[in-house]
Write a protein that binds this ligand. Structure first.
Ligand code: HSE
Length: 413
């Protein structure tokens, strides 16, 4: 029998205990050992839980218990999760986490501590919820030179955008529904401002390129400024608006960004709806490989956590080899040098004159039209240009009297 502790009994944590209890026999058969939940750490009371007597409010009950060999951290947030996880690893306990904030901020350090102590630090559930992606990147695709990853990495924002696209639902109503369904973070700003997707692309980038990418070095935009008008113009252009996390190597540096983008209807990511996530990995030997599934929610995420616990049981002596070095901002291509074609929505008294001004400022643009457009509205897509040049062109364009009200990158995937 192997004894485990679960820190956190929220959406994911309760899913982890549920799966471990419900599937205990099958799991024991697969890992050839019974997995026993000895402690659950949470400050709240859960008198109706079938293991209510094993709850504790005191971390010391876990860290000081030498029989506990594996600790699951599903509390979320950096504090006190970082402190607790570090102490567990330093005390020779393997740790499994779904906490993307923790891995994105402290992954290199925690992986090193795990390596020094010959134990596991696993985090499959931190990216893509129930979708296998960390292990495939680290093992199945390991023989590839992976040169690009593009993904829909946040279920909440994808759910909101899909509701806006398909049902013209307001942003607020769609967010409330996502929260009710348990997809959103405790503070949904992390979802809608793009920080959650940023943490996930940082984890993937660190894993694939071997150097830690810190979230504050990544240009991140959320979906709060995306309007139903933008959504209509995306359709007129031949695509949809999606929140994309992307990383690729450009001139030896990582070009990494999180932003809403126009995604062509022909791209596989365009049809990813609702809470589903998809991650497109480009490898030199495999070509494109797409991972698709539920990116948030109690049981999908808990299933990935429990599978990591099982992997820890199977690798108690020969640890899983996951490691990346510390990184710094020099590894990242400055955001101003990233190149995209841009969709622009502008207001102008004379839209014909403004279109000519747009051609003069951005280079020949592609005009977009939609039904029931406002009289003073002009929408177009620019040629590909660096963000620095785009900003200069906007300044020049606005000298014509036009005013840019929205701009969104056109994805190249
Ligand atoms: N809030 C996250 C999402 C949960 O919506 O994708 C899973 O990480």
């Amino acid at each position: 029998m192997i004894q485990v502790a679960v820190m956190g009994h929220g959406v994911v944590g309760s899913g982890v205990t549920e799966i471990l209890l419900k599937h205990s026999e099958e799991i024991a058969k697969k890992v050839q050992e019974e997995i026993y939940i000895k402690k659950v750490l949470d400050l709240r009371e859960f008198p109706d839980s079938p293991i209510a007597d094993r709850f504790t409010k005191n971390f010391d009950d876990i860290i000081n218990d030498d029989e506990i060999k594996i600790v699951v951290e599903v509390m979320g947030g950096l504090n006190p999760a970082y402190d607790f996880v570090k102490k567990c690893l330093e005390n020779g306990k393997s740790v499994v986490t779904s906490n993307k904030e923790l891995v994105a901020a402290k992954g290199a350090e925690l992986l090193k501590i795990a390596e020094q102590n010959n134990i596991n630090f696993l985090f499959e559930a931190s990216v893509g919820g129930g979708i296998p992606i960390i292990r495939p990147l680290n093992q199945c695709l390991a023989a590839n030179d992976v040169y690009e990853i593009d993904g829909i990495l946040n279920g909440t924002t994808n759910y909101i955008l899909a509701k806006m696209i398909k049902e013209s639902t307001s942003f607020e109503d769609a967010l409330a529904r996502a929260q009710q369904k348990g997809y959103a973070e405790r503070n949904p700003a992390a979802d809608i401002e793009g920080h959650d997707a940023c943490r996930k692309i940082c984890i993937l980038a660190s894993l694939v390129f071997g150097k830690h990418v810190y979230p504050d070095s990544v240009h991140t935009e959320g979906i709060t400024k995306v309007s139903l008008t933008d959504v209509e113009y995306a359709a007129a252009w031949g695509g949809v608006v999606k929140l994309i996390g992307s990383v690729k190597l450009t001139d030896g540096k990582q070009e990494i960004i999180v932003a809403p983008m126009f995604v062509s209807d022909e791209c596989q990511l365009s049809s990813v709806d609702g809470v589903f996530n998809a991650i497109l990995v480009k490898g030199d030997s495999t070509g494109d490989v797409v991972f698709y599934g539920k990116g948030a929610g109690k049981l999908p995420t808990a299933s990935a956590v429990v599978a990591d616990v099982m992997d820890c049981v199977n690798h108690q002596t020969a640890r899983r080899n996951i490691i990346w070095e510390d990184g710094n901002a020099d590894n990242i291509l400055p955001f101003e040098q990233t190149k995209y074609a841009m969709y622009v929505l502008a207001n102008a008294e004379n839209t014909e004159e403004a279109l000519a001004a747009a051609d003069g400022a951005f280079g020949k643009v592609e005009k977009l039209t939609r039904k029931n457009a406002e009289e003073n509205e002009l929408a177009f897509v620019t040629p590909v240009l660096t963000y620095a040049d785009f900003e200069k062109a906007v300044e020049k364009f606005e000298q014509s009297g036009a005013k840019v009200v929205s701009n969104i990158r056109v994805a190249v995937i």
